[in-house]
Design a protein around this ligand. Structure first.
Ligand code: NAP
Length: 214
């Protein structure tokens, strides 16, 4: 039985915050691997402002190349229709019945997850691993953890993991590119080269704020 971290994200584009979060939780929970899963079409975000799934997937592949514990899966971007995490986790559970899954998120997702579609079907197929990054206190996260554990009668405790406070976000990266500013060290070099080669995020439309800054 393997312990697998699931790092879902829009990754528009992937940045050091995502990579450090995945590595931090892998280490904290002694995970065997972390699988990055770029989102397909989200009902919560306007798809006109998000690069096509194949491009975001490719940037993640470039970003994780050097880490033997990281993999990237295309299962959400090849799926028709909207992206729902409960479907992804059920698909993973069916494909890998022996493994344990840890859904890695930041604090925002911990507070939003009970408003997602079929949260009980998320919790029945994984353990949530939520990282605190300073903007919400660990006490507040602990309160939400207990509320969710009671509401969904979880067998496995939600893991609240203290993380670093890094204010890097995909919105920040896109804005800096638009303004001609450097993104060096915020995004892996290979990803920067690909962004430059393709001319991504140079148009104002590509830089609209996410509904939540991510
Ligand atoms: P994202 O913006 O690309 O971020 C991916 C993850 O990285 C999030 O958990 C985010 O934490 C975390 N993160 C980003 N920057 C960080 C930093 N500087 N430091 C620490 N953590 C950082 O992806 P997203 O759009 O939030 O989506 C996350 C996952 O939630 C995806 O798998 C998506 O499919 C899923 N989702 C599902 C539903 C649904 O099923 N109905 C609805 C919404 C989202 P935060 O949580 O703090 O943002």
């Amino acid at each position: 039985m393997r312990r697998i971290g699931i790092m879902g994200g829009t990754f528009n584009p992937v940045h050091v915050g995502h990579l450090m979060l995945a590595e931090w939780v892998r280490d904290a929970l002694k995970l065997d691997e972390v699988w990055f899963i770029p989102t397909g079409s989200s009902y919560m975000k306007d798809s006109r402002d998000i690069l096509p799934g194949r491009e975001r997937l490719h940037m993640v592949e470039l970003a994780i190349q050097d880490n033997p514990f990281f993999r990237c899966l295309d299962l959400e971007i090849v799926r028709e229709g909207r992206t729902y995490s409960y479907e992804t986790l059920e698909q993973l559970r069916a494909g890998y019945p022996e493994d344990m899954f840890y859904f890695i998120t930041g604090a925002d997702c911990l507070f939003a997850i009970d408003s997602w579609k079929n949260p009980e079907r998320i919790f029945s197929n994984c353990t949530l691993a939520a990282a605190g990054r300073g903007d919400v206190s660990l006490e507040e996260m602990g309160g939400k953890k207990r509320e969710l554990e009671q509401k969904f009668q979880m067998r496995e405790e939600i893991q609240v993991i203290p993380f670093l406070s890094l204010s890097v976000s995909s919105t920040l990266i896109r804005r800096r590119i638009l303004q001609g500013q450097s993104i060096r060290y915020l995004v892996p070099d290979r990803v920067i080269s690909y962004i430059e080669e393709k001319g991504f995020y140079r148009e104002k439309n590509d830089v609209k704020e996410d509904q939540k800054s991510s």
